[in-house]
Design a protein around this ligand. Structure first.
Ligand SMILES: C[S@@+](CC[C@H](N)C(=O)[O-])C[C@H]1O[C@@H](n2cnc3c(N)ncnc32)[C@H](O)[C@@H]1O
Length: 257
């Protein structure tokens, strides 16, 4: 075991979770990073507008990017706002390594990356100012558990921005390319198994997911390619326990973002 495999939790050493070695994200991290850079939409401006609608982020803001992959948003936001600090979390060792090199190549001191599982964050409850989640819910096995963790770690008044693709067909294209590349470059061929499919949510499922937490404010927006959730933990919330109040969900159907 390498030192990076361990996290200290109280007095117990816990092995950090990771994708299985047969994951496509471990097999072709460079290809996913290329797609993120040149193919997928850049939502940086929408993120800033949603998370910091008045005057940008204040000094000391701690932003978490979950399922950060190659660290696209954590690096962009750290570079644009040197007064904040960002943490990118991802299951993939190799994508975390890419994210770390990306931050180092830009000499970013306010940006760090760690391997971790979005279902069980190491952050304390009520400790994070803002969370960015892009294209993660289509991959994770338990979406509600992930959203519950986001709610738990957010400070009262803290916000999260979620962007999820709406087309299963378009989303599966990069994954299929990763499958092909893995088969061509691995020996024996075809040993990669996970994730088999990207499970894109319907608008109804997406709304139900957002409603699973007692947000003070939650807005859903849609365009032809993505569905977006912008959610705020109630200012008066004292704990991260779900079900304390019912969310006042405003749904803006199919508005362009
Ligand atoms: C489709 S990619 C999205 C990457 C990036 N957020 C983007 O916008 O392109 C999904 C990412 O989530 C990561 N991931 C999957 N399951 C995870 C989990 N349980 N906890 C943290 N990251 C996870 C994968 O390793 C991968 O980097």
């Amino acid at each position: 075991m390498q030192p990076s495999d361990c996290k200290v939790s109280g007095t117990t050493l816990v092995r950090a979770p990771a994708h299985p070695p047969d994951s496509l994200f471990e097999s072709c991290p460079w290809f996913y990073a290329l797609c993120r850079e040149y193919l997928f939409r850049d939502h940086t401006q929408e993120i800033v507008q949603a998370l910091f609608p008045v005057g940008g982020p204040v000094a000391g803001t701690h932003l978490l990017e979950l399922g950060c992959g190659p660290g696209f948003y954590a690096c962009r936001l750290s570079q644009e706002y040197p007064q904040i600090h960002t943490t990118g979390v991802d299951l993939s060792r190799r994508l975390i390594a890419r994210a770390q090199s990306r931050a180092a190549s830009r000499s970013l001191q306010n940006c760090r990356f760690e391997q971790g599982d979005a279902h069980a964050l190491v952050d304390a409850s009520n400790s994070i100012d803002a969370v960015v989640v892009s294209r993660l819910f289509l991959i994770v096995p338990n979406r509600e558990a992930v959203l519950s963790e986001i709610y738990r770690v957010l400070k009262p008044g803290g916000r999260c921005f979620i962007a999820e693709p709406t087309s299963g067909f378009r989303t599966r294209i990069p994954l299929s390319c990763m499958w092909l590349l893995s088969k061509l470059t691995s020996s024996p061929a075809g040993k990669y198994r996970e994730p088999r499919q990207a499970d894109v949510m319907t608008a109804t499922d997406f709304a139900a997911l957002i409603r699973s937490q007692p947000w003070g404010i939650a807005e859903l927006q849609y365009d032809g390619w993505y569905q977006y959730g912008v959610c705020e933990k109630p200012v008066g919330a004292l704990s991260g326990v779900a079900g304390e109040s019912s969310p006042q969900l405003e749904i803006a159907e199919w508005s362009e973002v």
